[in-house]
Each structure stands twice: as C-alpha cells, then as structure tokens.
Ligand binder design. Structure first.
Ligand code: SF4
Length: 448
C-alpha cells in the first residue's frame, strides 16, 4: 500500500516569477494548438490568451508598421499584437507578447527584435517580449521547469491529433458544420483538461488520453459518408502560413469544397526537427559528451514516448496516415536537399513531399508567404521531385494578403491531381471506416 496517497495538484509559479500577475498573448498561428499552449500556461498559474483571430484590421495595422519587405507572417503577428496594445485600458506593464525566434538562414530570427523596436517606437516599451529559441527545441521557457515543457509538448501533440481528425472527417461529413462543431468541442475539452491537469505526469497523461478518446467519440458521431473517390492532397509549406487560415485564405477548406481531402504536416514535426538540429549543433560545437547533450537526448526520448502514448489511441483511425519520423523525412529529402547542407522548412517540405507521394497522395500543395525563401527554394526543386514520382502535381500557393482567383486555381490543380491519380504507382491504404462505409452502402443496396 502506498505510504503517500496520490492527490491531483496543478502547478503554480511563485509570486516572484517574471510572468506572475501578467497576461501572455500568443499569436493565433493555429487554431487549437495555440489555445492548448495558453491552457498550459494557465495551468502554471500564468494568465495566457491567444490573440483574436486575424481580420482586415490586422492587415491594416500590420501594414502601417511594416515596410512591405517583411514576411507576411510578420505583418499578421505584428498587426494582431498591436490590436491588443491599442485596446482601451491596455496595461503595458502587465502584458507579455510571445514571439518565438530562431537563428538560421531565413528572416524568422528578425521577428522578435522587430516587434520590440515597433513597441518601443509606439510607446509600448514596457511590454515584455517573450521569445523562446528554436535552437533548444523551444525548451528554453525561462524560469519554467521541465514540467511545463513536457505538458506543452503533450498539448501540441494532442492538438495536432485533433486537427488530423478534423481534416479526415470534414470532407466526408453529410451534415455541414458537424465536424467543425466536434473539433471546437474537442479543443475546448482539451484546453480544460490541460488547464486542470495534475502535476503528476502519469495522472496528467491519463487525463489527456481520456480527452482525446472523448474527441474520437465526437468525430465518430459525425454523420459521414466515406468514399475513396476524393483525391488526397498533402499540405506542406511554411508553418505559419499553412496553419493560419486567415493567411492562407482557408485554402484547405476550399480544396475540400472542390472535392479533395487534405493531409497537413503537424506542428510536432517542426519541434522534432529543432530537436535534431540541437543535437547536431552540440556535436559540431564539440559537446557530444556534455550535460546539454544528455538533457537534450533525454527530452527527445521523453517526447517520443509521450507522442507514442497519445498517437497509439488512433492506430486504426490513422491507418494510411502514419506520421514519419524526422529522421525518415530528412533521409527522403537527401537526394533533393541534403541535410545538414540545407536546413529548415525547405528540407522538411522536400522529405515530406517524397513521403506523401510514396503514401499514395494524389498531389502536393505548398503554402508559403510571398517571397518566403523556403518556398522559393522548394519551388525550384519540386519539378525534379515531381518527375521522379510519375508526375505528381506539386503546386506552390503564395500568400501576401492580396486577393486572387484562388478557387479557379484550385479547380485547375485538382484536375491535374485527378488525372495523376488514374495512373500513379503508389497506392493509398485506407482506414477501416472507408470499407465499413462501402459495406454499409452494399447492405443498403442488398436490402433494396
Ligand atoms: S520561413 Fe519564409 S515566411 Fe517564415 S520567416 Fe522565413 S522567409 Fe519569412
């Protein structure tokens, strides 16, 4: 019999913590994922909210304080954060803006310093900018312990799973809006679960798994008709643009409306990539046998175990949609963009595209901000990849807030995907719900 009886206790930071008594605003990059991250901060006793969903005012404000040379996500995030700053009664001293950062070849590393500069110039210099760095797998949440990093990771993976359920169900729903409702309820359920979860890691994992099982039941209850005639389109590209539906003008929903199903790269994949980068950088710095190396390896190992525990609930549901490991993606990218000579999202997009082609996808869409260097480099290499995979159609869609006839472009693209589908050599595997549907249809026909 245990001497100490387990009690569920949530974590709280002390009153001397730099974020105590403040509200952290996180740019609404991806519905569900950002809410989950905010819930984890609240679990720590820190006020946290996603910025409201971007709108035309976001573009207006973002445009006013940027020159046009910046990347589109910079304009959106700056616009969204300034909307908060311009609210009546805004309290700069008790506000923190979250802006992740990274080194590397692209402009992402400039977002946080640029935001600080604008805030200073506009008289909001008291606002603290909180900027975890990709070099450490975003694990350097100052003054937080590993419990936060672990819970945040669980939140990110769980939110990725919910998005996957949404994208796999919505194209087949027979009651419009039912999948979106199931998704919304599931995100709220997950956030509540995380916010109230226990500090004991095993107990917390049980509650997150239970929340995901409730989500699965909600999606099972969505009236749907699964048929194999929809082309499967893999979605890759710049992380913000592919996830932020305002930035990409809801491209996934538009693809679905024209008959496609989409399979999008997860956020967890990117964090996994930054972990691999961290290990490589430590080796390059001659610190292969250092304390940091040990910490990093341990963190990766724990994250893999947690991810496996959450994803294992969906083995049957995700048959044919299995996620590759980061190592596998990098290996697949090698003939096109060899890592580590090439780094970042372009490498992941390349490897992921090969993976998708081999899993029987009927086409690949790369969503990137206009002038994004990852998008531009990838676009130059996609024709070769497409030739190597029987002419799989790969299309870059660039976004900069301007209007264009997106639906017309999608219609043309999907025609290419449908004709590729007829002769492709890599066939898809389908989860059981597709055959169950066929059985259901067959039994209805027999009864008639
Ligand atoms: S990935 Fe592209 S859009 Fe994002 S910061 Fe880098 S260059 Fe800009």
């Amino acid at each position: 019999m245990p001497v100490l009886k387990h009690r569920c206790v949530t974590r709280k930071v002390g009153a001397d913590h730099p974020l105590a008594g403040k509200t952290v605003y996180i740019p609404d990059m991806a519905e569900g994922s950002v809410e989950a991250l905010c819930a984890v901060l609240r679990w720590m006793g820190i006020g946290a909210l996603p910025t409201p969903h971007p709108d035309e005012h976001t573009l207006e404000l973002g445009g006013k304080y940027t020159s046009g040379d910046e990347c589109f996500p910079a304009k959106i995030t700056i616009g969204d954060l300034l909307k908060i700053a311009q609210r009546p009664g805004f309290d700069a001293k008790h506000t923190v803006f979250f802006m992740a950062t990274a080194d590397g070849p692209c402009r992402f590393g400039q977002y946080a310093p640029f935001l600080r500069k604008i805030l200073r110039e506009q008289g909001y210099g008291d606002v603290q900018v909180f900027s975890p760095h990709g070099e450490h797998g975003y694990s350097d949440f100052q003054d937080f312990d590993h419990a936060f990093v672990r819970t945040a990771w669980r939140g990110v993976v769980a939110a990725d799973i919910l998005r996957k359920l949404l994208l796999q169900t919505r194209p087949y729903e027979t009651q419009p809006g039912a999948s979106d409702r199931a998704y919304r309820e599931s995100v709220d359920d997950l956030c509540q679960t995380l916010e109230q979860s226990c500090s004991d890691t095993a107990c917390q994992m049980r509650s997150v798994r239970a929340s995901l099982l409730r989500a699965r039941d909600r999606f099972y209850a969505v009236p749907a008709r699964y048929d194999c005639s929809r082309p499967l389109i893999g979605i890759v590209g710049e992380i913000f643009c592919r996830l932020n539906t305002f930035s990409n003008r809801d491209l996934v929903r538009r693809l679905e409306a024209q008959g496609a199903e989409c399979w999008m790269s997860d956020i967890a994949e990117w964090i996994g990539y930054t972990n691999v980068e961290e290990l490589r950088n430590l080796r390059l710095a001659g610190r292969a046998y250092s304390w940091d190396m040990l910490k990093s390896k341990l963190r990766s190992r724990i994250q893999h175990a947690d991810e496996h525990s959450l994803r294992s609930l969906f083995v049957k549901d995700f048959t044919g949609y299995e996620e590759p490991s980061v190592e596998e993606v990098l290996k697949l990218a090698h003939p096109y963009l060899p890592f580590p000579g090439a780094e970042g999202e372009m490498v992941m997009n390349m490897g992921r595209s090969v993976y998708l082609a081999r899993r029987g996808a009927d086409g690949i869409v790369d969503m990137s901000p206009f002038t994004c260097m990852n998008g531009v480099v990838s676009e130059a290499i996609y024709p070769k990849l497409s030739r190597d995979y029987g002419g799989i159609p790969i299309r870059n869609f660039y976004f900069d807030g301007q209007q264009s006839d997106l639906d017309r472009d999608i219609a043309i693209y999907l025609e290419l995907a449908r004709s590729y589908r007829e002769g492709k050599s890599y066939k898809r595997s389908y989860p059981a719900r597709f055959s169950r549907q066929e059985e259901r249809v067959a039994s209805v026909v027999r009864r008639k």
